[in-house]
Design a protein around this ligand. Structure first.
Ligand SMILES: Cc1cc2nc3c(=O)[nH]c(=O)nc-3n(C[C@H](O)[C@H](O)[C@H](O)COP(=O)(O)OP(=O)(O)OC[C@H]3O[C@@H](n4cnc5c(N)ncnc54)[C@H](O)[C@@H]3O)c2cc1C
Length: 403
């Protein structure tokens, strides 16, 4: 077998080939602002306030943070981004990112959007997965009570049953359309309810291949064991385990609640423990590749490197459908585009939704980018590096035009 070239995440020409100079300059400004999260957050709060009062600021938001992290206000307007990613071998995972609403009509609306993403994905190789968050279609206060073993009143019982129906409808639609579907991981105090639903769906729909994927958040100290238990259940009951691995997005919230309510924090003691378990989980999935379908959702370069080495070590084709790397749109481009160029399966979440309603999602992205100093600085450095590289190339070859 011919040795395959190693992947490098240093190639900024590959990472940003899909970005014009003007876009890169806007990105540079945005990532520089991430050094001042207080002001950026204040800006988002102000935008929220202004939009609610009808101030004409939508254009400004759209051309800055929204353009960086989102695909558009509806599925149709995401089309250009889907094509753009596809041109470089990167798949899209359409993600309706409206959060925090608790009315029945909103749950139904979100469900309809998810069903629409499933219809879009049917037979479309550029949309390899659909995805959803249970909190978008179910009242999490009710799920929290269920997990805590508390009695529900009749209205809550009805709300719970309706949520079960919505979820069942989504899984069934995905299976009928032949679209693989991932369920995002959320807060630990209602995650057990989600796990039960997703596990049941896997046992039903993952008989021939993995159609349904659950999420495993390795910032939880019990998660590696839970992953192994899930694998054990899949083996015992003859279905495939779909596993999306992530480190986890709600660390502060988890720690604060545990402290406030006086129970031990479910979060690992330190970042090293999370990193260690993430890479062990990658290894575990790959060692059990006959039974496990893996999506590795991370912007961590080392973990992506580990994934690549494992794929090659196991003698798998780089485009084996059992293994995907995934990043979020607007982040980790050096990883996504270099992985795709080296022949690995890659897809990016592409959030969409009305500008005013995706502000909570945008706020979290700002927080994440300002929180993870190393990676944020890295993105910023790579953008600057690419702008300098383009300038140098143009001064050496003046006939090359700006893109
Ligand atoms: C495609 C994709 C899908 C995602 N889906 C989900 C999802 O369904 N549910 C979800 O919760 N998140 C999800 N995320 C977000 C993810 O969990 C991380 O918050 C984010 O990607 C940052 O982690 P990282 O591995 O990319 O980078 P890194 O910078 O290497 O890791 C940062 C993460 O490490 C952990 N960490 C940081 N400090 C500590 C500490 N002191 N102790 C313990 N752990 C620590 C936290 O989880 C933090 O988010 C997703 C991310 C991607 C790319």
């Amino acid at each position: 077998m011919e040795p395959k070239p190693n992947v490098s995440f240093e190639n900024t020409a590959v990472a940003f080939a899909h970005r014009s100079d003007a876009m890169l300059k806007r990105m540079r400004l945005l990532f520089r602002l991430m050094h001042y999260p207080f002001w950026l957050h204040a800006g988002i709060q102000l935008a929220n306030w202004g939009l609610k009062r009808g101030l004409p600021i939508k254009g400004l938001i759209k051309s800055t943070v929204f353009e960086q992290f989102c695909g558009g206000e509806d599925i149709a307007s995401c089309g250009a981004r889907v094509q753009e990613l596809a041109r470089y071998g990167v798949g899209t995972i359409l993600d309706y990112s409206v959060e925090g609403k608790k009315t029945i009509s909103s749950f139904e609306h979100v469900k309809d959007q998810i069903l629409q993403t499933i219809r879009e994905g049917s037979g479309n190789p550029h949309l390899p997965f659909a995805v959803f968050k249970v909190s978008g279609i179910a009242n999490v206060d009710v799920l929290t009570k269920v997990q805590a073993g508390e009695a529900l009143d009749p209205a809550e019982t009805e709300a719970f049953e309706r949520a079960e129906k919505r979820i069942a409808e989504i899984f069934e639609a995905a299976a009928k359309a032949g679209v693989r579907i991932m369920v995002d991981g959320e807060e630990s105090w209602f995650q057990d309810v989600i796990d039960r639903w997703v596990l049941a769906a896997m046992a039903t729909y993952n008989r021939q291949t993995a159609m349904v994927y659950n999420t495993f958040q390795l910032y939880r100290h019990d998660m590696l064991r839970r992953l192994k238990d899930a694998h054990h259940d899949a083996v015992a009951n003859g279905y495939f385990l779909g596993a999306k691995l992530v480190r986890g997005a709600y660390m502060e919230k988890e720690r604060e609640r545990a402290k406030a309510k006086g129970y031990p924090s479910p979060i690992q003691p330190d970042k090293e423990s999370t990193d260690r378990d993430y890479d062990r989980a990658l290894q575990f999935c790959m060692n059990n590749k006959q039974r496990v379908f893996l999506v590795s959702g991370t912007h961590n370069e080392l973990s992506n490197q580990v994934l690549c080495e494992l794929v090659d070590l196991h003698g798998m084709k780089r485009n084996d459908a059992r293994v995907y790397a995934a990043q979020l749109y607007g982040m980790g481009d050096a990883i996504s585009f270099n992985l795709a160029r080296a022949g690995y399966n890659v897809a990016k979440y592409l959030p969409y939704g009305p500008v005013a309603e995706v502000l909570p999602y945008l706020s979290r992205r700002v927080e994440e980018n300002s929180g993870m100093a190393g990676q944020r600085s890295r993105e910023y450095k790579q953008i600057k590096q690419e702008l300098v590289r383009r300038k140098t190339v143009r001064s050496s070859f003046p006939t090359i035009g700006k893109n």
